[in-house]
Design a binder for this molecule. Structure first.
Ligand code: CP
Length: 314
């Protein structure tokens, strides 16, 4: 089992068969994290570097755990404690890391396209760990894995993605992944936060994606509800009157969640703003799989690191 590409930059560039390959590989790696000794020798001798220009709890930690559970050597670099603070460019930083013979560079950056730029210039593999409002491919893969694990399928499910769609790389990656895997997607949020036509891509999905501004309507009969954090750090203008007003219209409360199917899955990529986009009792309720998403993130990242390294005996 391998992936033919050198890098993982977006879900949009993956075929459904490639997504299925990653989800299948994650199944065997999930079992490793349940063992007393959580380690396999698959990537022994490989060097993996986490290069983060934005804060992260889940993605950075789970990439580090994934690499260590595969026996790779891992180095973490944060822009705030690197020579980026002295004016070194992203490309110079990455080329210096590669000169130390790293094999895979995992990059989070506020500029959309930054990992793609590095992928063109480096011979080592580059993984996008979130680039601006563009994509967050491993988040979508762990979300798809969680849906498939819980529901047994993705094809034919109705998935609501709610909130700040416009600024969310998680929404974009999930949208591409869910459509590729045959789900019906409802995007819901204030009209100012719904995406424009995405270069005609939405129209080309032939009805597989619907846009809503009425949250209650969007939730009717949903199989999965994916809530999004308000990306205040990416909002240059004023997209809604106040956070209180936003929460009144778009917070997922228990009353609202009851409009979905009784066995609905409630998801959130984290970090959560409790009481803004989701009520605490819903985030912690029986339908919530938010922490299971985090658990599955390690397995997905193990699968991605393994497959990009050429596969082989795990
Ligand atoms: N979901 C996610 O990307 O979380 P972090 O910002 O903590 O990595």
């Amino acid at each position: 089992m391998t992936l033919k590409q050198k890098d993982l930059l977006s879900i949009q560039e993956l075929a459904a068969s490639e997504i299925a390959t990653i989800l299948e590989a994650a199944d065997s790696f999930k079992e490793v994290s349940g063992r007393d000794i959580k380690k396999v020798p698959a990537l022994r001798g490989k060097t993996i570097v986490n290069l983060f220009y934005e804060p992260s709890t889940r993605t950075r930690t789970s990439f580090e755990l994934a690499a260590k559970r595969l026996s790779a050597d891992v180095v973490n670099i944060s822009s705030t404690s690197s020579s980026a603070t002295k004016g070194e460019s992203l490309l110079d930083t990455a080329r210096n890391i590669e000169a130390m013979k790293s094999d895979i560079l995992i990059v989070r950056h506020p500029m959309a396209g930054a990992p793609a730029l590095l992928a063109k210039r480096l011979s080592s593999s580059v993984i996008n760990a979130g680039d601006g409002a563009h994509e967050h491919p491993t988040q979508a893969l762990l979300d798809l894995y969680t849906i498939k694990e819980k529901k047994g399928r993705i094809d034919g499910l109705t998935v609501v993605i709610a909130g700040d769609i416009l600024h969310s790389r998680v929404a974009r990656s999930n949208l591409f992944g869910l459509v590729a895997m045959g789900a019906r997607v409802r995007l819901v949020g204030p009209g100012t936060m719904l995406p424009p036509m995405m270069g005609g891509w939405l129209a080309a999905t032939a009805g597989q994606v619907e846009l809503f501004t009425d949250f209650d309507r969007a939730l009717e009969g949903a199989d999965v509800i994916m809530m999004l954090r308000l990306q205040l750090e990416r909002q240059a203008g004023s997209f809604f009157p106040s956070v209180k007003e936003y929460a009144r219209l778009y917070s997922l409360t228990a009353r609202r969640a009851a409009r979905a199917k009784p066995d609905v899955l409630i998801m959130h990529p984290g970090p959560i703003n409790r009481g803004v986009e989701i009520a605490p009792e819903v985030a912690d309720g029986l339908s919530s799989v938010i922490l299971e998403q985090v658990t599955n993130g390690v397995a997905i990242r193990m699968a991605v690191l393994y497959l990009l390294s050429g596969g082989g005996n795990a």
